[in-house]
Write a protein that binds this ligand. Structure first.
Ligand code: GLA
Length: 360
């Protein structure tokens, strides 16, 4: 039986920049969603080992379950039908080792693994970034969230030991090597979020209110030096949202440079500034995430910041290999003392390859 895998992602930096066609620097991680299926038939019939239950939808996605993960199955199938795929079904099982609601893109991994398998089932050729765009549209169709393309693109384009620098406007990308002597530690706050109920759409709307001052330019095309002048007449909240996005795009460029030149201190400074901007200007962190970042740095992480949409979820820390145990201990002690009610989870992640068929 063919097997397909789509990894989750952690974003190194470039948060809330994708939905205004900006720059992002995510990685694919060694956790994800696996689909084992027989291809063929009229229906898509899937069991899920984790999310419980079974889903059956027509192969063209023309009927959508009202709630649960079946909405994603129907949405991906419907988007593929719209793109011209023949309605060929499949039958099998899904499993995942990605925590849900932790900001590691479990829904994007689900969309991508379904998209890959369904394209394969009908021998439907689709380019990697077209599949990412299609899965992004499926996310919106399934749960109504106006998210960007980062999560799906990272799951598809990821490469072992590299980050993906993606310009979400031009869709140009390149792979950026990561320091070999560091581990990516994900600290999941245990505070659950769902994009559909978080303030994601509200933040996008507040940001959109400031965009007219750019007169058609993308935020990534604006020089940080211009900001004060541009924002002078803009109401405070939209102004802060746009300041985050413009400065964050610049931090992505600087992070790539710092990685290229091995300037790890600068990496720490950039991640810290990025987190502060998400806390103060974009306002999507929560005190638990702020505390986890502090603790990671206190323990000896080179760089740490929240990752993903925010309002809960996880932080990432780049940690020298010989300090991982010490950083984990500092985080466990401090977080356990301050937030004993939350089930903290620490994951040491390898930076992995993107989505693929595992065997023939
Ligand atoms: C979520 C969205 C992404 C991106 C991030 C924030 O993960 O799905 O498109 O906007 O939030 O960077």
């Amino acid at each position: 039986m063919p097997r397909y895998l789509a990894p989750g992602r952690a974003n190194l930096i470039g948060e809330h920049t994708d939905h205004t066609d900006g720059l992002v620097l995510p990685v694919a991680i060694d956790r994800g969603v696996t689909l084992e299926v027989d291809l063929g038939g009229d229906a898509i019939a899937l069991r899920s080992a984790d999310a419980d239950g079974e889903v059956e939808v027509p192969a063209d996605g023309s009927h959508t379950p009202e709630q649960g993960w079946g909405r994603f199955v129907a949405a991906v199938a419907a988007e593929l039908a719209q793109a011209g795929r023949r309605p060929v079904g499949m039958r099998g099982a899904l499993s995942s080792d990605l925590p849900q609601g932790a900001g590691l893109s479990s829904s994007a991994a689900l969309e991508v693994v379904l998209g890959l398998a369904l394209a394969d089932a009908a021998e439907f050729e689709i380019a990697p970034l077209e599949l990412a765009s299609l899965c992004r549209r499926a996310e919106r169709r399934a749960v109504g969230v106006p998210s960007g393309i980062m999560d799906q693109a990272a799951s598809i384009l990821g490469r072992a030991d590299h980050a993906v620098l993606l310009d979400c406007g031009s869709l140009e990308y390149r792979h950026v090597p990561l320091p070999g002597d560091h581990v990516l530690l994900v600290a999941d706050s245990g505070v659950r979020r769902q994009l559909e109920t978080s303030g994601y759409a509200q933040r996008s709307e507040e940001l959109a209110a400031a965009l007219p001052v750019l007169e058609g330019r993308r935020p990534s095309e604006v020089d940080v030096e211009e900001l004060d002048q541009l924002l002078a007449g803009v109401p405070e909240v939209p102004a802060r949202r746009l300041r985050h996005v413009v400065t964050e795009n610049e931090r992505v460029r600087q992070t790539e440079q710092a990685l290229h030149e091995g300037r790890l201190d600068d990496l720490g400074r950039l991640f810290t500034a990025g987190h502060a901007s998400l806390r103060d200007d974009y306002e999507v962190t929560i005190p638990e995430l702020d505390r986890l970042v502090e603790l990671a740095r206190e323990g000896g992480a080179t760089a740490a910041r929240m990752t993903g949409g925010g309002f809960g979820g996880a932080i990432i820390a780049l940690v020298p290999s010989d300090r991982v145990t010490a950083v984990e201990a500092t985080i466990r002690d401090g977080y356990g003392r301050d937030y004993p009610q939350h089930p903290l989870q620490l994951h040491r992640c390898r930076i992995a390859d993107g989505a693929r068929r595992l065997d023939d």
